[in-house]
Design a protein around this ligand. Sequence first.
Ligand code: URA
Length: 190
Amino acid sequence: MYTNWEELRSDCMACQRCGLGGTRTNLVFGVGVPDAEVVFIGEGPGEQEDLRGEPFVGRGGQLLDKYLDAIDLSRRKNIYIGNMVKCRPPQNRDPKPEEQEACIFWLREQIRLIRPKIIVCLGRISAQRLIDPAFRVTKEHGQFVERNGVWMMGTFHPAALLRNPRQKPDALEDFLALRDKIREVCTHTY
Ligand code: URA
């Protein structure tokens, strides 16, 4: 268990807990402010993220930033963004269960140190891991559940919205519901 963010970060950056450690260009630790009350969790780095070492910097990331901006959130200002796995799976395949298992240690430590009030799962992989193994994004998106004093919500993965733009209005509703929840439970996000 870590008590120091920089120690956690530097150990994580050297991680070889699974095979992805041998194929990554950059480990993608996460981005945002250390006192964030709202944390977003995606699935894993894609090609652009692997090249740049930052989550959600490809086309999906640009779309995510638009939704964030719509409710006055920004990765530079008042939130934190991380992923279930920190290294890119080759050819963007789904992370294997053993890779997720090895990597979730780091995410749990990050969340333990940040102590967010709200966690937003971006897409099925993180919602099924962090909220409910049977989570269905199309049915349960935008619904908040409280777990150990933390409010959790799952919404559409930005890449899914690029593939299926008809879901964009629903995604916007989820972000508006998030804004309401932030106003209700957060003290310094806005
Ligand atoms: N998709 C994700 O789930 N995470 C990223 O960082 C980029 C794309």
